[in-house]
Design a binder for this molecule. Structure first.
Ligand code: ADP
Length: 341
């Protein structure tokens, strides 16, 4: 087990692409940290730098306090799980699991014991003599996980390990990875572009954009107190409503207000309570437990929550209510969060 620490880490690729622009991050022993952000923001590059698959252009990288800048991936004692399973097609599951240990020169008895232990932990016992092509996507992903586990590395790195799976399987495997982390108590660093994976799995989430860290915080804090408009917009589905400066009589000229759709509630037409807004229904999206209703309010479209059985034709007048304490304020120029007033 190990701490991982990045100090002003940079990566400029040949041709001058600055992919990582000075990332500082301290990951505790046993912590589950996700790197999240849109495609191209530098997540994979950061992970590859930690793994030693890419060379740093600047900064310092430490594992367990030891500077590893010049170390090969092997010397770093980490394991990486990718989205492509990278299993050996001609070897059965048992040999696929055993391979990293054979390379490391362990005895046959040790190898067998470890393969059995990992296979039982991941529910792979019945599949040990199958080849990868005889496995489902989820089973293959489990073997890939197992192959990382057998080596008992200090740090596990995951690069979008679930993105090739269908939605149901992705949710199931997400749960399994979380349970695995609970069981191993090892340091996990997990790259994903999927906000819900980052939110559900992590102790802390690192939000990146254009090679820079936007915020590092536990999931709940990111959601409730985003550091800027980028983070506010990245987490939450439907997206947070952004009320532009000076509109609706709500926001001052230099402030953008953020209000999550679940905090804006459709009430009966004619709600005259102070602070209520009125508008016309644009779209109703029933989700089962609740409905999301897009409402035109003074030329702005806001998404609001309504009961699951809410129905209204487009153009129907409605009132909207919100809890003012849920409003988040952002500087219109910089996008940075301001203290609530
Ligand atoms: P993410 O994982 O967030 O999608 P990446 O770390 O893969 O982002 O990429 C960050 C930036 O670096 C992108 O602009 C990408 O095009 C560029 N990049 C990635 N790998 C290379 C490479 N080997 N050579 C040059 N540019 C690269």
């Amino acid at each position: 087990m190990a701490t991982v620490s990045l100090e002003d880490v940079r990566k400029v690729y040949r041709g001058g692409v600055a992919a990582v622009k000075g990332v500082t991050l301290h990951i505790a022993d046993g912590e589950f940290v996700s790197l999240v952000g849109p495609s191209g923001c530098g997540k994979s590059t950061t992970l590859n730098l930690i793994a030693g698959l890419e060379e740093l252009s600047g900064g310092t990288l430490r594992i367990d306090g030891e500077v590893v800048n010049g170390m090969s991936p092997k010397e770093r004692d980490i394991a990486m799980v990718f989205q492509s399973y990278a299993l050996y097609p001609h070897l059965d599951v048992a040999r696929n699991l055993a391979f990293p240990l054979e390379v490391a020169g362990l005895s046959r008895a040790d190898i067998e014991a470890r393969v059995r232990e990992v296979a039982s932990g991941l529910g792979l016992e019945a599949l040990l003599s199958r080849r990868p092509k005889e496995l489902s996507g989820g089973q293959r992903q489990r073997v890939a996980l197992g192959r990382a586990l057998v080596r008992r590395p200090k740090v596990f790195l995951f690069d979008e390990p679930l993105s090739n799976l269908d939605a149901a399987l992705r949710t199931q495997m997400r749960g399994e990875i979380k349970k695995l982390h609970e069981r191993l108590q090892a340091t996990f660093i997990y790259v994903t572009h999927d906000q819900s994976e980052a939110m559900t799995l992590s102790d802390r989430v690192v939000v990146m954009s254009q090679g820079e860290v936007q915020q590092v915080a536990p999931p709940r804090e990111l959601y409730d107190a985003p550091a800027n408009l980028f983070v506010a917009g990245f987490f939450g589905s439907p997206r947070i409503n952004q009320v532009k400066p000076g509109t609706l009589g709500l926001a001052a000229e230099d402030v953008v207000l953020g209000l999550r759709p679940e905090h804006l509630v459709v009430t009966a037409q004619g709600d005259e309570s102070p602070g209520a807004l009125t508008g016309l229904v644009y779209l109703v999206e029933p989700m089962g437990a609740e409905s999301w209703v897009t409402v035109d309010v003074a030329g702005e479209q806001l998404v609001a929550r309504a009961p699951g059985d809410f129905r209204a034709a487009s153009g129907t007048p409605v009132s909207l209510r919100f809890d003012a304490s849920k409003l988040r304020r952002f500087d219109a120029k910089t996008g940075r969060a301001r203290a609530s007033e």
